[in-house]
Write a protein that binds this ligand. Structure first.
Ligand code: MN
Length: 251
């Protein structure tokens, strides 16, 4: 089995190293990751300049681009034969509920899916400093092993793992995405020259964190495994939209 590993925290991140160390025991792994922290990059491609890639002493490839660039470049540029799957992470921090729309970690997995490959995004949930990246990495190895050769039930799987030793995980749950309240306000500061500058505020607190959500599972100490779809069409709203715009053919 051949696995492409990517992330959004950059090629130096401890989560990436832990994931590679674990998956290298069961698969041939190639690591292609951004050259710096690109958290929050979402599904962005760099289209206005060329991309450079730098092979590191440990074999990891650092790309001067986004997580999506990394996966796109690897699959459409570096590999002669595509890998069997893409794994993205281990992210430093949760990617639950609405986070998935901003996450570069999830975006890297989505790009794998866009290019026809099953993909897993994995994040470690806790407060900095995070400790147990190895737990999340082992969870991914277990997930792949439990597939036992079957097709992954959804192309994109979003996994969140509590920051604790593997033996202290309370269980595994299949979950849906929860919801957050709106983000905290933008923070205004001044640079040393007195000019105003801004920080995007922290994610809002959980709004829908009820039974069955990713938030709920992780709060209970469980691994949360959420199947994601990339089709954002609101199919149930189609009839109402047809009625609204008035469906008629111009002929
Ligand atoms: Mn990140």
């Amino acid at each position: 089995m051949r696995i492409l590993i990517a992330n959004d925290d950059g090629f130096r991140s401890p989560g990436l190293a832990a994931l590679h160390a674990e998956l290298a025991t069961v698969a041939e792994c190639t690591v292609v990751a951004p050259d710096r922290d690109r958290s929050g990059a979402s599904n962005s491609l760099t289209l206005t300049r060329p991309l450079r890639a730098h092979r590191q002493d440990n074999g990891f490839i650092a790309v001067e681009g986004t997580p999506t660039d990394c996966v796109h470049l690897a699959i459409n540029g570096f590999f002669e034969e595509p890998p069997d799957m893409v794994v993205s992470g281990v992210n430093a921090g949760a990617n639950m509920g609405d986070d998935v729309h901003y996450s570069g970690t999830v975006a890297a997995a989505m790009e794998g899916r866009s290019l026809g490959l099953p993909a897993i995004a994995v994040s470690l949930v806790g407060h900095e400093p995070l400790h147990h990246y190895a737990t999340a990495a082992r969870v991914v190895r277990e997930l792949i092993a439990r597939l036992a050769g079957r097709r992954q039930p959804a192309s994109i799987i979003n996994v969140n793992v509590p920051d604790r030793p593997y033996e202290e995980l309370a269980g595994w749950r299949a979950t849906r995405l929860g919801n957050r309240h709106k983000s905290e306000p933008v923070i205004v500061t001044r640079d040393p020259r007195g000019r105003e500058c801004y920080w995007i505020g922290a994610p809002g607190p959980e709004q829908d964190a009820g039974e069955g959500t990713d938030f709920h599972a992780v709060a209970a100490g469980c691994v949360s495994v959420t199947p994601l779809a990339s089709d954002m069409t609101r199919h149930t709203a189609l009839p109402a939209v047809e009625e609204w715009i008035g469906v008629c053919d111009r002929d």
